[in-house]
Write a protein that binds this ligand. Structure first.
Ligand code: GUN
Length: 294
């Protein structure tokens, strides 16, 4: 029987563990971890994400401060705010919600966040550390996907993994994490020749393209584990993933649903990264990694 991997349940467990950790840290240091989130403009999806981050922080004992800036905020003001947060010793983690109103600002703004407070893991130094398997911050969505994969496949050494999508936020770090865990990894993208046959080789298939129901049943090998990162809103208002869930389900060993799959894990991993930042900044061993490949 195919298993549906409910990220929502695994995320709840992660949040409970994080709450226990923050309670312990508060006792030990008298302080709570603090996450500062910058949101510029009024993108409705971003507002929902930020509200969910605030809720998760409240549930895990993390202090969260939201800096809501107007859509017309000049780049210099954004950079000024980040510089203040970098300098402020009370702030452990900084997240700039993407997309920014001016997408051209994203590179410089992402790189302005101190790598020591970069709980998104988007700074080039942290992406480099991921490649070198050194301690740093791992982007939250791929880190959450690895947890979901490990929930059904504790050892992925030697398995074939195919990632659809090569974004900096998901596809590329995802492929690197799979490689770090000794999978044989193929990253595919819009120029890939005969994508269905490449996907059919996958023991682990991760879809992160942003196209509703893009992955068809005929692309999936019998017994594959399928991770669907897509969150697409259809015209009728319902959400669906990048995988044709109903058709693919019978072929899988396990598959994540949308919603209640990868989405909740991203926020749970953000909370873990924030606690990890707090620990490092306070000279405490985070003992945070549940899997050495992360
Ligand atoms: N927008 C969509 N996903 C993310 C994320 O993981 N981090 C940030 N900062 N912005 C996002």
């Amino acid at each position: 029987m195919p298993e549906i991997i409910y990220g929502s349940l695994i995320a709840e467990k992660c949040r409970t563990e994080t709450a226990e950790k923050t309670a312990h840290l508060k006792k030990r240091t008298g302080k709570a971890p603090r996450l500062d989130v910058i949101i510029a403009g009024d993108n409705p999806a971003s507002r929902i994400y930020v509200r969910n981050k605030e809720k998760a922080a409240a549930n895990t004992g993390i202090v969260s401060i939201v800096h809501a800036l107007p859509v017309e905020t000049p780049r210099e003001n954004l950079l000024q705010r980040i510089a203040e947060l970098n300098e402020n010793p009370e702030v452990n983690g900084i997240l700039v919600q993407l997309p920014l109103p001016n997408p051209e600002d994203e590179k410089i703004v992402t790189q302005a966040v101190s790598p020591d407070k970069d709980v998104d893991g988007f700074h080039p130094l942290n992406l480099g550390r991921l490649m070198l398997r050194e301690d740093g911050f791992t982007p939250c969505t791929p880190r959450g996907c690895m947890r979901l994969i490990h929930s059904v496949l504790p050892d992925i050494s030697g398995l074939n993994a195919v990632v659809i999508g090569r974004s900096t936020i998901v596809g590329k770090p995802m492929a690197q994490l799979l490689l770090n865990a000794d999978a044989t990894v193929t990253t595919t993208h819009s120029k890939t020749t005969d994508l269905p046959s490449v996907c059919r080789r996958a023991d682990i298939l991760v879809a992160a393209v942003g196209i509703p129901r893009f992955v068809k049943a005929g692309w999936v090998r019998d017994g594959a584990v399928v991770i669907d990162v897509g969150i697409n809103r259809l015209e009728n208002g319902t959400l669906c993933g990048d995988v044709d869930f109903e058709a693919v389900l019978p072929k899988c060993r396990a598959i994540t649903p949308v919603p209640k799959g990868v989405g909740p894990m991203t926020i749970a991993m953000l909370m873990e990264n924030t606690v990890e930042a707090f620990c490092r900044q306070n000279g405490i061993d985070p003992a945070q990694r549940t899997n050495p490949s992360l």
